[in-house]
Design a binder for this molecule. Structure first.
Ligand code: FEO
Ligand code: CA
Ligand code: CA
Ligand code: CA
Length: 747
């Protein structure tokens, strides 16, 4: 919520012209009924092969559920994690916990020095689990030893990590959000220690967890695979062989004048787990860490257009241009700080950091089981505000597909299709397998047509809509990857209501995407795939599509990865239960009403579709939550007319909605503490431990004056567990949820 820019960097309306052309296309109903194969898979990918560990645990049966096995919990404003009867949780790790005994236990009063590269970062977000065999290698089969990789998204709450909040010009007690505005960085000089702490709590933490004697998973301090990747860790710039030199030309900085490497990863939000067992940390709102100390001299119109489309400032810092945490405002002679200044301060790009913003906005591959492997920025998957990267079901002998969202108002859904075909022998292949599958391939953007059909449009310089695009003059294919947002606009991709996570149903390969909300959606701007524009009827006065929806698609051809056409419908519309039926289109009740879906994940064991919220619209009534759904399939519902009324405008849109779930198949499972977002979810292979991240409890802490301000809204997890002490500053955390009877989660 507070971590997303309200500015719309996509003012184009190009897709509306395309919509006109598309109206005559093929009927979706015919294709659905025509029978794209729906056979359920009988094996669970990634859990069947390659054992080899002394600690290997027997494969689990396919227990995918047809019903939920818990009673829905009520909405909650408590400062605690609330679960159904029969469930309990423990904290696996929280912000500041140490990875090594080189550093002291976390004091949680802001007194730490520059040691965050040995601590768990902040703002836990996307995460995944990687089993480790007896030789310390990746295991596709379950063992009692695993590595948990967790994204640490944001510095929006960095005031917690200093004794009295953030400091500018020697004055402490400040709290500036990531995205400027009235509470943003004020332009003053910042202390080096504060900035280094803030830089290093970003990135990804990789920690070993082990199942203890009582069956609970615990973090192991000093474990050999413990590792931090921070906003300073050196990464390799990787991409297609034919375009790599062109790609590197965009990355030239004073740090690496060849553009071969780049430093760090930022704002890692959702994530991906590759079929070969590596991790993708996706870079989302990286643009807002940059500003210009002076007006950037000599930017060409093309460079201005390139920056503007991503929210990278084109003018000097000022009242209307308050992006960033002021990381450059320490000392310009130290490149750990100067790199955050995107101004033209040197003679050429090799003399300054004007290109540093080009080194962010990628999926960053990390091998969590090889602490010495250098991360790689996979440029072929495009540069945008990456939310998450989810693989289609891998099929031996067929290319792999990666589905991705760009999370900002009116941005797009993308697909990358590998040139290489999947070979299960690459499981455990680490970064070399990444080079094979993620450097060579095609990038597409999604267009959702009014017919309920959709198309994947390749982003290639060979397309005249791209090579002839007048808003941004593409030079070559590398430019298309690095400015993928412009390319997707050029081909008329559909402007969505903020694509957050994707997830793939292991039963049938259907691809789901959360559209979290869109404050800028107007009645005139609605379309079939983003069909609602309305006003919240009470409480928070939000308009547009304040509650969001979940869309899903099925590829139309037998080989799904390479399909260029798909069928779509809307799985669920978020809404308050007491909203009018014209807004509460999915008929949500008190047992399952929600707003702003964000995290999304299918359990391969139970088949449950887990939905997490990051909401600012319904938080007058409830904290953010986790819901469980038993999904059907694309096309199991009906056509629907939606009549929108907002700001004096009224219009009707046709869309397609999935079969109603009702209270039996959609239930609220968890509500988090005050001020938090629920995000990040994975599960042990036996389906008996569910890991969930609680991000930024206490986000609404007011401007700082006294120590008590830090505990004003939330003191979680201190409210839940003695291990984290009473009355302390709130912390993000990973929790492990189990059933008191040891059973499967959710069924
Ligand atoms: Fe970081 Fe799009 O949520
Ligand atoms: Ca309301
Ligand atoms: Ca998110
Ligand atoms: Ca979010």
């Amino acid at each position: 919520m507070a971590h997303h820019p309200v500015t719309n960097h996509n003012p184009s309306d190009a897709e509306h012209f395309q919509d006109v052309l598309d109206r005559s296309r093929i009927s979706r109903r015919n294709l659905v009924r025509g029978g794209v194969g729906l056979a359920a898979l009988t094996t669970i990918p990634l859990l069947s092969a390659c054992g080899g560990s002394d600690e290997a645990v027997a494969p689990v049966a396919d227990t995918r559920a047809s019903a939920l096995g818990f009673n829905a919990i009520t909405k909650s404003l408590l400062d605690d994690v609330v679960l159904p009867a029969g469930y309990t949780f423990s904290v696996v790790h929280a912000t500041g916990d140490r990875l090594t005994s080189n550093v002291a236990a976390y004091g949680n009063a802001g007194a730490e020095m520059d040691d965050w590269s040995e601590r768990i970062g902040d703002h836990h977000d996307g995460m995944d689990l990687f089993y480790v065999d007896a030789n310390g290698r990746y295991s596709a089969a379950a063992t009692n030893r695993a590595v948990l990789a967790v994204n640490h998204e944001s510095s929006a709450d960095a005031h917690y990590f200093h004794p009295r909040g953030q400091t500018t010009n020697g004055v402490a007690g400040k709290k500036f959000s990531q995205f400027g505005g009235s509470t943003g960085w004020d332009g003053g000089t910042r202390p080096a220690l504060e900035v280094l702490k803030e830089i290093n709590h970003h990135g990804v933490s990789i920690t070993e967890i082990r199942r203890n004697a009582s069956g609970r998973w615990e973090t192991v301090v000093d474990a050999p695979l413990n590792r931090r990747v921070t906003a300073q860790t050196v990464a390799r710039v990787a991409g297609p062989r034919a375009h790599l030199n062109d790609i590197r030309s965009f990355m030239v900085t004073a740090y690496d004048t060849t553009g071969t490497t780049a430093r760090g990863t930022l704002n890692n939000c959702g994530h991906g787990k590759t079929p070969w067992g590596t991790y993708l940390g996706c870079e989302e709102n990286w643009a807002f860490y940059f500003n210009n100390s002076v007006a950037p001299a000599g930017l060409t119109p093309k460079q201005v257009a390139g920056r503007a489309r991503y929210g990278v400032p084109t003018a000097a810092y000022g009242a209307t241009n308050r992006n960033s945490q002021g990381w450059y405002a320490v000392t310009p002679t130290d490149n750990r700080f100067a790199r955050w200044d995107a101004a033209t301060t040197g003679a050429t790009a090799a003399d300054d950091y004007r290109n540093e913003p080009n080194t962010f906005g990628y999926n960053v591959e990390i091998d969590p089981l090889n602490p010495t492997a250098r991360p790689a920025k996979r440029v072929a998957l495009g540069r945008f505000a990456h939310e998450a990267a989810v693989f289609g079901l891998p099929v031996a002998g067929e290319p792999l597909a990666v589905y991705m969202g760009c999370d900002s108002n009116n941005e797009y859904v993308y697909k990358f299709v590998s040139a290489a075909v999947w070979n299960p022998a690459d499981i455990g292949g680490g970064m070399a397998a990444g080079d094979k599958y993620l450097d060579e391939g095609k990038l597409y953007a999604a267009k959702f047509n009014e017919t309920g059909q959709g198309e994947w449009i390749e982003l290639t310089i060979a397309n005249p809509l791209i090579s002839g695009y007048t808003v941004y003059a593409f030079a070559n294919q590398a430019d298309v990857f690095v400015h993928a947002r412009h390319a997707a606009t050029a081909v008329g991709a559909t402007r969505m209501d903020r694509p957050e996570w994707g997830a793939v149903n292991p039963r049938n390969g259907d691809v789901y995407f959360t559209m979290t909300n869109n404050s800028s959606r107007t009645v005139a701007g609605t379309d079939a795939a983003n069909p609602r524009a309305y006003a919240d009827n009470d409480g928070r006065a939000r308009t547009g599509n304040p509650n969001g929806h979940i869309i899903r698609l099925r590829e139309n051809t037998t080989v799904k990865a390479t399909a260029t056409a798909f069928t779509w419908d809307i799985f669920l519309f978020g809404a308050e239960a007491d909203a009018s039926p014209g807004i509460n289109l999915s008929g949500l009740s008190e047992a399952n009403d929600f707003s702003s879906p964000d995290g999304l994940w299918f359990s391969p064991t139970t088949g449950i579709c887990w939905i997490q919220t990051d909401d600012g619209a319904y938080t007058d009534v409830t904290n953010c939550m986790l819901l469980a759904a038993i999904p059907g399939q694309v096309g199991d519902g009906r056509a629907l007319s939606v009549t929108n009324s907002l700001g004096g405008a009224t219009a009707t849109r046709q869309t397609f909605i999935g079969a109603a779930l009702g209270d039996a198949k959609l239930r609220r499972f968890l509500v988090g503490p005050k001020g938090c977002e629920i995000t990040g979810i994975t599960e042990t292979a036996d389906g008996r431990t569910l890991f969930v991240n609680i991000q930024h409890p206490g986000e609404n802490t007011p401007a700082l004056g006294t120590a008590a301000d830090f505990t004003h809204e939330s003191t979680w997890p201190a409210t839940s567990t003695a291990a984290y002490g009473p009355g302390r500053r709130a912390r993000s955390a990973t929790i492990a949820i189990t059933r008191t009877d040891g059973g499967l989660i959710g069924v």
